[in-house]
Ligand binder design. Structure first.
Ligand code: OAD
Length: 259
């Protein structure tokens, strides 16, 4: 996809310029420069002794509800303190430069919504919502405890069935919500360009999206400082952090830099 002497940014601009429908698939690396550690980075403080993959399961929650609820309360505090970086704002601007844009994110931090991106599909749920573990009855977020210290925290009980309340996120071993998944899969199969930003491509089924897009004829553009499982399937690879690459890409697109 790269023409001779064309930079990855120029090639990406060319692909985005002609694409009617663009999908941006984001993962934890998108929020790294906003101060939210990626999922697989070493945890700190109280949480350093745990493996995140062992905390993010229903079995772990049922065994140690206060530990898992406290860990999510800590993540919510990080998210509240986070300031969306320039790459987030660049994606808002990108909406005005292409005919149709959708963001499909694995992140549960809500930062795309916070900056004002309009069409955001949250594949793994949201830290801002809660439901009970037995029946998934919704629980009002303003009644969830918010410990100020980094500590374990007993979850509240469901007002209807009495079972413990959990964050409304997708844990390992759980299915993604059917509606949002069907929409994301349709978008991947019908877009002309897909930007894949800050994901290791290790977590299924989200990791399939770039493959679906490529099989359907879309140009796949990766934005990541490191090689990943997606790099091999990407037509264009922009090696660098989202906070630098996305603003550069959107600035070049808005100047019509399509050499
Ligand atoms: P990972 O933590 O697996 O991967 C983060 C990716 O971000 C890596 O490829 C990094 O190289 C890249 N990265 C780091 N800093 C970056 C930056 N400044 N700009 C761009 N990229 C950067 O995160 P995900 O692939 O999103 O799922 O996987 C996270 C999922 O794994 C979560 O949604 C969670 C977990 O399993 C569930 O809880 C179901």
């Amino acid at each position: 996809m790269l023409k001779t002497e064309e930079s990855p940014i120029q090639a990406a601009v060319r692909a985005l310029h002609t694409a009617r429908r663009v999908v941006v698939a984001t993962g934890a690396g998108m929020s790294r420069e906003s101060g939210i550690p990626t999922f697989r980075e070493a945890l700190t403080g109280l949480w350093a002794r745990y493996d995140p993959e062992e905390l993010a399961t229903e079995a772990a929650f049922r065994r140690h509800p206060a530990r898992v609820f406290g860990w999510y309360a800590w993540r919510r505090r990080l998210v509240r303190a986070a300031v969306p970086h320039a790459g987030y704002h660049a994606l808002v601007s990108l909406e005005g430069l292409v005919s149709e844009l959708a963001i499909v994110t694995q992140n549960v931090d809500g930062l795309h919504r916070r900056v004002g991106s309009r069409r955001v599909l949250e594949l793994h749920g949201s830290l801002d919502r809660f439901s009970c573990v037995d029946a998934r009855h919704p629980f009002p977020a303003d009644r969830a405890p918010e410990p100020e210290a980094d500590t374990e925290c007993e979850p509240p009980r469901c007002e209807r069935c009495g079972s413990p309340v959990r964050p409304d996120v997708v844990w390992f071993g759980e299915m993604l919500a059917a509606g949002v998944t069907a929409e994301a899969w349709d978008l991947a199969a019908s877009c002309r360009a897909m930007l894949v930003v800050g994901t290791s491509g290790l977590v299924q089924p989200a990791a399939q999206l770039p493959f679906i897009a490529r099989d359907a004829g879309a140009t796949v553009i990766e934005v990541n400082p490191e090689p990943t499982e997606i790099s091999g399937v990407a037509h264009i690879v922009c090696r660098g952090p989202a906070g630098a690459v996305l603003p550069a890409l959107v600035a070049a697109l808005s100047q019509g830099a399509t050499k």
